[in-house]
Design a protein around this ligand. Structure first.
Ligand SMILES: *Cc1c(COP(=O)(O)O)cnc(C)c1O
Length: 382
């Protein structure tokens, strides 16, 4: 990435996740140009939209039907509306530190920028909306069981990031997701996996394929637009048939399934489907994670690392980090110093402890080596 002053940096933010092939991948750019020359929006589905929808259904066994929208926020908002329409219940349960976009009822104990700026419960959200949202600590099945026992009659859904990526990266206990699946099924509550980050990041088919679990609804975004605005939500035919015009849950968008955006997505997914890319991402991610870990170790800086594939976190605390409370034990002042010093040296990590680091297929082994060498210098000064 190059800024207005001509400083070149290695980018580990990658637009917060979408740019898995790096910036301005020539094949993606060419595909967008070709699509643009055919017209940029029609307000009616194009062949490309259907192609992307098919690719998503093929990648995710839990998705039989999918609706494209223009952002992750829209995808989650709509999936929750479908869950409420389907179950005829209003309540939702989310996890502290998980971020699901900026819809009113989801800005409750939210992660990402909301956590960074100290406004996890945003102003401007009516109490009545926030009141529909229950929260539990991530990875805490006892808390979930207690809440469900008491409130299941009003709960439409439980929504979770199957790997949390918005309070830094927090990995789920395997039993946690499995028990969420069992418990929700037992009480007629829909289980929504927000895979906006994890979708095509941790593997083709997302965290649900990796963990062998089938949520009722899945939300996607980020990578599926290849750097342009696309979101999607989908699930079984029975549930998705709630969406208008087939059913009574209304949702629409003038620019949804936009031909440029879906073309960038298709081209990106095509590349990812050639499986060797995930192997490459894994190698680069291991190289970076191990390098940073060694740099921290040599300088005796507490640095608790988490990683699934090319989605990774490093908390400035002894750890373990399993939820938002333990994530918040991080020394964020130290993180800020790390961020600024690394940026000065030419590596751009997220300007917040509570975000993820990503690598792309464009990062070379030499790039990572440079970042690691710089990190050795930087950790000494922390
Ligand atoms: C980024 C993100 C969203 C919101 O997507 P936008 O495209 O920014 O609206 C929702 N859920 C998760 C898990 C995300 O990481």
């Amino acid at each position: 990435m190059e800024d207005v002053d001509g400083n070149r940096v290695l980018d580990y933010v990658l637009s917060w996740g979408p740019m898995i092939l790096g910036h301005a991948h020539p094949d993606v750019v060419r595909a967008i140009q070709r699509a643009a020359s055919q017209g940029t929006s029609f307000g009616t589905p194009t062949e490309h939209e259907v192609t992307l929808a098919r690719m998503i259904c093929e990648a995710f066994p839990s998705i039989e039907k999918v609706r494209l929208v223009s952002s992750g926020t829209e995808a989650v908002m709509s999936a929750i509306r479908v869950a409420r329409g389907f179950t005829k219940r209003d309540g939702i349960l989310k996890f502290e530190g998980c971020y699901h976009g900026h819809a009113d009822h989801l800005l409750v104990k939210a992660g990402s920028g909301a956590a960074t700026l100290g406004i996890p419960d945003s102003a401007g959200v009516p109490k009545a909306f926030a009141g529909q949202t229950l929260t539990a600590p991530y990875n805490d099945m006892d808390a979930v069981k207690r809440l469900v026992q008491k409130h299941w009659r009003i709960l439409a859904c439980i929504i979770v990031e199957p790997i949390a990526g918005n309070m830094g990266v927090v990995v789920p206990r395997k039993i946690f997701l499995r028990q969420l699946r069992t418990l929700t099924r037992k009480h007629g509550i829909l289980l929504i996996f927000d895979e906006v980050i994890t979708g095509f990041r941790v593997m083709y088919g997302g965290a649900q394929t990796m963990y062998g679990l089938k949520p009722d609804l899945t939300c996607l975004g980020k990578i599926i637009g290849g750097g342009l605005p696309v979101g999607a939500y989908g699930g079984s035919k029975e549930i998705m048939d709630m969406v208008a015009p087939a059913g009574p849950v209304y949702q629409a968008g003038t620019l949804s399934g936009n031909p440029l955006a879906v073309t960038a997505g298709i081209e990106t997914l095509k590349k990812l489907r050639s499986s060797s890319l995930y192997g490459k991402l894994e190698r680069r991610a291991v190289q970076l994670a191990e390098g940073l870990g060694q740099a921290a170790g040599q300088s005796h800086v507490p640095f608790y690392q988490t990683r699934v594939g090319s989605l990774m976190g490093g908390f400035f605390t002894e750890g373990p980090v399993v939820d938002y409370t333990s994530a918040k034990r991080s020394d964020t002042k130290r993180y800020a110093k790390f961020f600024h010093l690394m940026l000065e040296k030419g590596s751009y990590f997220a300007p917040s402890q509570f975000e993820a680091a990503f690598v792309s297929t464009a990062h070379t082994a030499a790039d990572i080596e440079k970042t690691v060498a710089d990190a050795h210098q930087v950790f000494k000064r922390l």
